[in-house]
Design a protein around this ligand. Structure first.
Ligand code: NAD
Length: 496
């Protein structure tokens, strides 16, 4: 049986997935936590009886896991690039075949986001590039030949966010193994069972196809101590961190080389040159996707005053529910607690209980009863409101009116905090697009579409759930997980 995935087939599957979500979403999407039936028994791909053990890659402690991952790396190295290709195809195939079961399992475990988007995030895993991405760089001249190869680090240790445990895990595996590494995960404790479920299934299939054991490993009960042990392990060669500011800071201080996919707070700016209905639909899709858990999702909206009323009407027409100022403030008091920071200044702290919850659940906190399928809430605020400045990861979009595009860009930039993550504009004016792109200086900049197009969903480009913003590698791909090594041949093999 050939597991090779055809590029055009993948694209058409992805477009189909996006179309299905959009038609299901439209003005009124998504199964809510309340509406979803209890989880089915997990994973058709758990074949054998043993739930953990060396072959399955699920470990209790870091030293054993790191030693197994090192052996996995050595076995992969011995089997060569053909085995890497096989593994990449296995991950893509299993992620899509198990999308429904694993998506549901993760939804039940984490209790955040939207079920159909959990499933969709796995169905599109084939968009992550594989071995074909790596092309050596070569030069020839009067002195002979030089070529540079993209070679593996060895064991990659990866930290997962709770917002997309198995999707990030699957994308990281493809990137790391296409580049010739093995990989060992310290998942978020809230998504660790989902990670272990996928790791067991992946390892079983990899072992059956290639004979390699423990190419993918995970810590069953991850803790801050296991993170620390990974950072200190001499067997770990590279860290890949996907998460918020705390873990990024910890990784950067660890002394180990780290690729950091850090936090974002993406603003979206709408001017007076676009169709309000189209912009509204795009914004709702991006902001509402998985209840705004994506780090690239539209988190705050700046709109030119003269078109603000029209845009709000379009947002409401497309399914958003508008909160009155008093309701917005009531929800804000539930969503944030004011606490003193190190300097003694009062600072809003996010209430994690509301992260990734349905718009209807948030509306209830604001004293409002709305249909469970409502995609997002909207509410007008000032530019210094916590909903604007904090990365709140909720389907609640604060709207700020601005007098000029320049003011909008300046406020958008302030709200992004220099994370250099993502920003979005809806405008047909090329000068404004250019000005915002230059000012924001973000890793992703999307023009006239939902933020999700930035990851290849109905936009051009490839997928990764780890966008290395803090350390600057960008949307991670197999090359991100390589060391560049040069070979030189002096004076020989000059055939011209
Ligand atoms: P989080 O920072 O709470 O947790 C991320 C991971 O880090 C978890 O595995 C957690 O256990 C661990 N962790 C947290 N603090 C730690 C510390 N001090 N030391 C060691 N480990 C620590 O984030 P989350 O809620 O799971 O995910 C959401 C965050 O991740 C958001 O800030 C979002 O923007 C970011 N994110 C970024 C990307 C990207 O590609 N740039 C992708 C997804 C999520």
């Amino acid at each position: 049986m050939s597991l090779q995935l055809d590029e055009n087939l993948v694209r058409s599957i992805v477009s189909e997935v996006v179309r299905n979500i959009r038609s299901a979403t439209g003005a009124a999407p998504a199964a809510s936590a309340a509406a979803v039936a209890p989880a089915a028994p997990p994973a058709p791909f758990i074949a054998s009886g043993a739930l953990s053990g060396p072959r399955h890659g699920v470990f209790q402690d870091v030293p054993a896991a790191a030693a197994a991952a090192r052996k996995g790396f050595e076995q992969l190295r011995a089997k060569g690039v053909a085995a890497r290709r096989q593994v990449v195809d296995i991950i893509k195939k299993l992620a899509t075949a198990n999308a429904e079961t694993w998506g549901r399992f993760e939804f039940e475990e984490t209790k955040i986001g939207r079920l159909e988007h959990k499933i969709a995030k796995l169905q599109i895993v084939p968009l992550v590039p594989g071995v074909e991405w790596l092309r050596p760089y070569a030069l020839s001249g009067d002195h002979g030949l030089m070529h540079e190869e993209y070679t593996p680090f060895g064991v990659v240790a990866a930290i997962l966010p709770v917002t997309h445990s198995v999707p990030t895990l699957s994308g990281n595996i493809i990137n790391a193994i296409a580049a010739g590494n093995s990989i060992l995960f310290n998942p978020h404790p809230g998504g660790a069972r989902s990670a272990a479920l996928a790791v067991r299934a992946y390892n079983e299939a990899i072992h059956a196809a290639t004979g390699i054991e423990n190419l993918v490993c995970t810590i069953e009960k991850p803790t801050l101590e296991s993170f620390d042990a990974l950072c200190k392990s001499p067997l770990v060669n590279l860290l890949v961190v996907t998460g918020g500011p705390g873990v990024v800071n910890a990784a950067m201080k660890s002394g180990k080389r780290a690729i950091c996919a850090g936090p974002g707070n993406p603003p979206v700016l709408v001017d007076d040159t676009v169709c309000a209905d189209k912009a509204a639909k795009d914004i709702i899709y991006g902001c509402g996707f998985d209840n705004n858990l994506l780090c690239i999702g539209e988190k705050q909206l700046f709109v030119l005053d003269r078109v603000a009323n029209a845009l709000v009407r379009s947002l409401e027409k497309a399914g958003a529910v508008r909160l009155l100022p008093a309701q917005t403030e009531k929800l804000a008091r539930e969503a944030f607690t004011m606490k003193p920071d190190a300097a003694g200044c009062s600072h809003p702290v996010l209430n994690r209980e509301l992260v990734g919850k349905d718009a209807a659940a948030l509306a209830a906190r604001a004293g409002l009863s709305i249909p469970p399928a409502t995609p997002i809430l909207i509410g007008e605020t000032d530019p210094d409101h916590p909903f604007v400045l904090e990365e709140q990861m909720m389907p609640m979009l604060p709207i700020v009116r601005v007098k000029t595009v320049e003011e909008g860009i300046a406020l958008a930039k302030k709200s992004e905090h220099g994370y250099k993550h993502s920003s979005i504009i809806h405008s047909l004016n090329v000068d404004r697009m250019t000005e915002m792109a230059r000012e924001m200086d973000t890793t992703l900049f999307v023009k006239n579409g939902p933020s999700t197009t930035g990851l290849g969903l109905d936009g051009e480009g490839y997928l990764s759930y780890s966008i290395a913003t803090t350390t600057g590698e960008g949307i991670t791909n197999p090359q991100t997980f390589t060391r560049t090594r040069r070979c030189v041949l002096v004076d020989a093999l000059k055939i011209y």
